[in-house]
Design a binder for this molecule. Structure first.
Ligand code: DGY
Length: 319
């Protein structure tokens, strides 16, 4: 089986593929464009893709006679045209569950750093501006007793809810469908059916929904206006869920209190205004960046490819 891993992943998993398949590993960023993937799709039996690889209809059409699986090295599959994959009968797999805890950790760390202004405070200290304890310096939002609104109470949203409860936060959530009563009770989470009613009620809003046509710019200028002016917005899902330009305007005008972002609308580009706005913490999409998660993501993606090689049905299929 000819396998292309579009860029280097953790060594042990590459080794496993190397021992059992004819493996090619791309350079970092080499397959972040459609043309390179179109070329690859017609030559390889399996692609192990990154979330930055646009696996479009054209790519899948090019692979329709050759390609037996696209194993995405991510839980999100918004980089893949799933409808086209179905049309051309090309299975697509993802890597759920194994990055739930790591991503929830980054969401919590963004909440903590934006709420307590730790990044800003630390850089002031490093700049030599610590001149002794200040009675009114770096005043932030105390999480204990604050209200966290979670949009998308799936696996990662729930893992964040547990952590936030431990910090003494009250949990409100909005979801496509209300979750099971038992889970709701365990998390002590209150369901708010209408997103527009959730927004004015929160101190911190954290986004955990997948990117779809429906969630593109879910948080737009109008919805940003519904948040209280001290509210913090956290995004570890996908950048385009927020209208980034509207977010910059809201931050500039002070109509919200701050933002913690691990994902951006046009990654790896970052809206320049975000770099200048106060009380923003910006991370380079590191939600799942732990040895444990990345090893496990590799294991799931490689397993899916090896299953296809053995004519078995791969796990974690999304089409
Ligand atoms: C995913 O798997 O979708 C994450 O964004 C990668 O960290």
């Amino acid at each position: 089986m000819k396998v292309l891993v579009t860029e280097p992943i953790i060594d042990s998993e590459l080794q496993r593929l190397d021992e059992q398949t004819q493996l090619t590993v791309g350079q970092r960023g080499e397959f972040n464009c459609e043309d390179a993937l179109i070329e690859a799709a017609s030559h390889y039996d399996a692609l192990l893709t990154m979330l930055s690889n646009p696996v479009t209809r054209k790519v899948l059409r090019a692979g329709k006679n050759q390609l037996k699986i696209v194993a995405n090295y991510a839980v999100g599959t918004n980089n893949i045209d799933l409808e086209a994959a179905r049309d051309f009968a090309i299975p697509v797999s993802n890597t759920p569950e194994v990055l739930t805890e790591s991503t929830a950790e980054i969401a919590l760390s963004l909440i903590l750093s934006v709420a307590r202004k730790t990044t800003e405070a630390e850089s002031r200290l490093r700049d030599g501006e610590f001149r002794g304890w200040e009675p009114t310096g770096f005043l932030g939002l105390e999480l204990h007793g604050a209200r966290l609104g979670i949009v998308g109470l799936g696996r990662i949203g729930q893992a964040l809810a547990k952590r936030a409860r431990a910090c003494g936060m009250e949990i409100l959530y909005h979801n496509r469908r209300r979750i099971e009563m038992e889970t709701e009770k365990q998390l002590n989470a209150h369901y708010v059916e209408n997103l527009d009613q959730l927004l004015p009620a929160v101190d911190v809003l954290s986004l955990h929904c997948p990117l779809t046509e429906k969630t593109h710019h879910l948080i737009d200028a109008e919805r940003l206006k519904l948040l209280p002016d001290h509210a913090l917005i956290i995004n570890t899902s996908r950048g385009p869920v927020i209208d980034e330009k509207a977010l910059v305007d809201a931050l500039r005008q002070g109509s919200i209190g701050g933002a913690g972002l691990d994902v951006f609308e046009n990654e790896p580009k970052v809206e320049p205004g975000l770099l200048e706005t106060p009380n923003t913490v910006l991370l380079p999409h590191i939600g799942s960046a732990t040895y444990k998660s990345r090893r496990a993501m590799g294991r799931l993606a490689v397993n899916a490819i090896l299953s296809v090689q053995k004519n078995q049905t791969p796990g974690n299929l999304v089409t």
